[in-house]
Design a protein around this ligand. Structure first.
Ligand SMILES: Nc1nc2c(ncn2[C@@H]2O[C@H](COP(=O)(O)OP(=O)(O)OP(=O)(O)O)[C@@H](O)[C@H]2O)c(=O)[nH]1
Ligand SMILES: [Mg+2]
Length: 295
C-alpha cells in the first residue's frame, strides 16, 4: 500500500487550508492560515517561520499570483526541504552495527524486527543483540522478532551490562561471518543523565570490538509531536545520531514533526513506521510524504 494511503491523520493535514485558500485567493489572511496549519501539524514555530519567509520571498518575486500557484510552491518547497538526504543505512563493516535508541515505548524493538526481516529477505544474515537487559520480557520480545524475521538472537544474563551484551553479539557475529548486528537498547528518558551516559558508553564499547557502528537510529513516536523534537535534541548530545526512524505515523500523528526534526536537527528521517506488522516499515520518501499531507 502506498505511503499516502497509510498516513491516516497526517494525510489531509493541509486539506482545511487548501479548501479555504482555493475559495478565496491569496491575501494576508492566507499567510496567517498557512502559519497556523503548519504549527498545528507539529512543524514547530522556527521551521514554520523559516518556510514561510522563503515562500513570501518567492511570492514577492511575483511567482505567486493565485492560490494554485501558492500551493504548488508550498509543496515544492516542502519536498525540497525534506528531500536530498542520503537515506541509505550503511552496511560497511565486519560486522556493521546499527544501534537503536529512544524513549520508552516508541517502537525500537518493533522497528528492529521489521528491519531485520527486510534485511534477511534481501539475503543478509543478521544478529539481533538484546541490549535491553532491563526487563526479561524485552529479551523475549526481541527473540520473537528474531524468529519471525529469520535473524539470530544474542542475549546476556538478566540484568547484565547492556554494553557487554552488545559487545558479545558483535564478536559472535564477526566470528560467524554475519555482516550486520542490530542492537536493541532499553527505553530511557532523555532527561535522565545517568541513562544518557550509559548510551554514550554503549556507543563507545560497541566500536571497540571487530565491528563498526555505522548507524545510530533514534526512534521517535510521531504522535508525541513537538516533544519528540525535545527528545531528539537530548539524544544528539549523547549519541552521534545518523538518522531517525519515525514510528506510528499511521496513528494520530499529523506529520509536521518530520519537518521539525530534519530542519532543526539536520538529522534525516530515514524510516517510517506505519503499523505493528512486520511489513509496516518504509523508507522515507519526501515527495510521496508531501503529496500525502495534501491529499
Ligand atoms: N501503530 C503502530 N504501532 C507501532 C509502530 N511501531 C511500534 N508500534 C507499537 O508500539 C508499541 C511499543 O513498541 P516497542 O517496539 O515495544 O517499543 P520500544 O521502544 O521497544 O519500547 P521499550 O523497549 O519499552 O522502550 C507496540 O505495541 C508496537 O506494536 C507503528 O509504526 N505503528
Ligand atoms: Mg523495546
Amino acid at each position: 500500500m502506498p505511503l499516502r494511503d497509510r498516513l491516516s491523520t497526517a494525510r489531509g493535514t493541509f486539506t482545511g487550508f487548501l479548501a479555504s485558500v482555493v475559495s478565496r485567493g491569496v491575501d494576508d489572511a492566507t499567510w496567517e492560515e498557512l502559519e497556523e496549519a503548519l504549527i498545528l501539524a507539529d512543524a514547530g514555530v522556527s521551521t514554520t517561520t523559516a518556510l514561510l519567509d522563503r515562500l513570501k520571498e518567492q511570492a514577492k518575486a511575483g511567482r505567486v499570483n493565485d492560490a494554485e500557484a501558492l500551493v504548488a510552491l508550498l509543496k515544492a518547497q516542502m519536498a525540497e526541504d525534506l528531500g536530498g538526504h542520503d537515506l541509505e543505512l550503511v552496511t560497511d563493516g565486519s560486522p556493521a552495527v546499527w544501534l537503536f535508541v529512544g524513549v520508552n515505548g516508541v517502537g525500537k524493538t518493533t522497528t528492529i524486527g521489521k528491519l531485520a526481516s527486510r534485511e534477511v529477505q534481501n539475503g543478509r544474515r543478521v544478529v539481533l543483540a538484546a541490549g535491553d537487559t532491563f526487563r526479561a520480557a524485552a529479551v523475549e520480545q526481541l527473540g520473537q522478532w528474531a524468529d519471525r524475521s529469520g535473524a539470530e538472537l544474542v542475549r546476556g544474563a538478566e540484568g547484565a551490562d547492556p554494553s557487554s551484551v552488545i559487545f558479545d553479539a558483535i564478536e559472535h557475529a564477526s566470528a560467524a561471518g554475519v555482516p550486520l548486528v542490530m542492537a536493541d537498547t532499553a527505553g530511557r528518558l532523555h532527561n535522565r543523565a545517568n541513562l544518557m551516559e550509559e548510551l554514550a558508553k554503549i556507543h563507545r564499547v560497541a566500536g571497540k570490538g571487530p565491528g563498526t557502528v555505522t548507524e545510530v537510529l533514534l526512534v521517535i513516536d510521531a504522535s508525541t509531536g513537538q516533544n519528540g523534537l525535545a527528545q531528539a535534541r537530548r539524544f544528539t548530545e549523547s549519541a552521534e545520531l545518523t538518522g531517525v526512524a519515525l514510528t506510528k505515523l499511521d496513528g494520530s500523528a499529523k506529520g509536521g514533526i518530520v519537518m521539525a526534526v530534519q530542519d532543526e536537527l539536520g538529522i534525516p528521517v530515514k524510516l517510517v513506521g506505519l503499523g505493528e506488522g512486520i511489513e509496516d516499515l518504509v523508507e522515507f520518501d519526501a515527495d510521496e510524504f508531501v503529496d500525502a499531507l495534501f491529499a
